[in-house]
Design a protein around this ligand. Structure first.
Ligand code: CA2
Length: 157
């Protein structure tokens, strides 16, 4: 069974505990459970990883780049949090693994917020972007990955 990585960056471990008006009331373990259930329905093993450290996120992208080359991973759904707006290193990591499809995902509509959130270093390296659908965006991004990479998947409506 191929793997899908759900990758979350800094402060997303706080989901559901603060700022519910911006990010909703669902906690990260609940989001991860939603993604695992979607993976089961779609026929993929889901690995969830969150880190507040840029290097740990980079290492995980490299690991999945290797798995993708071996045909053991479908892709990655990535909410890089605030690193979205600052990290050339994460941009380079995605470009560097060359092939692994990464879907950038944001819970909030970053374009309707402060101007410093309008620029993303992830977007030019991403295979697709899901923004502003709340935590449902993670599952929408997973389905997008499957629809575009494995359109014959019989679990798709
Ligand atoms: O909308 C998103 O998903 C963001 O990636 C969330 C980041 C923000 O910096 C991006 O601009 C947009 C912030 C993640 C922090 O999440 C928190 C959740 C609850 C309480 C505090 C922070």
């Amino acid at each position: 069974m191929k793997k899908i990585l759900i990758l979350n960056g800094p402060n997303l471990n706080l989901l559901g505990t603060r700022e519910p008006a911006q990010y909703g009331a669902t906690t990260l373990p609940q989001v991860e459970a939603m993604c695992r259930a979607a993976g089961e329905r779609l026929g993929y093993e889901v690995e969830c990883f969150q880190s507040n450290h840029e290097g740990a996120l980079i290492d995980k992208i490299h690991e999945y780049g290797r798995l993708w080359k071996e045909g053991r991973a479908l892709g990655c759904v990535f909410n890089a949090g605030a690193y979205t707006h600052t990290s050339v290193a994460l941009h380079d990591a995605i470009k560097g693994v060359d092939g692994l499809p990464v879907i950038e995902c944001h819970i909030s509509n970053v374009h309707a917020r402060e101007s410093f959130r309008h620029h993303s270093y992830i977007s030019p390296a991403a295979a697709g972007i899901v923004v502003g659908f709340g935590v449902a965006g993670y599952v929408i991004a997973m389905e997008g990955l499957v629809r575009t990479r494995e359109p014959g998947n019989s679990a798709l409506a």
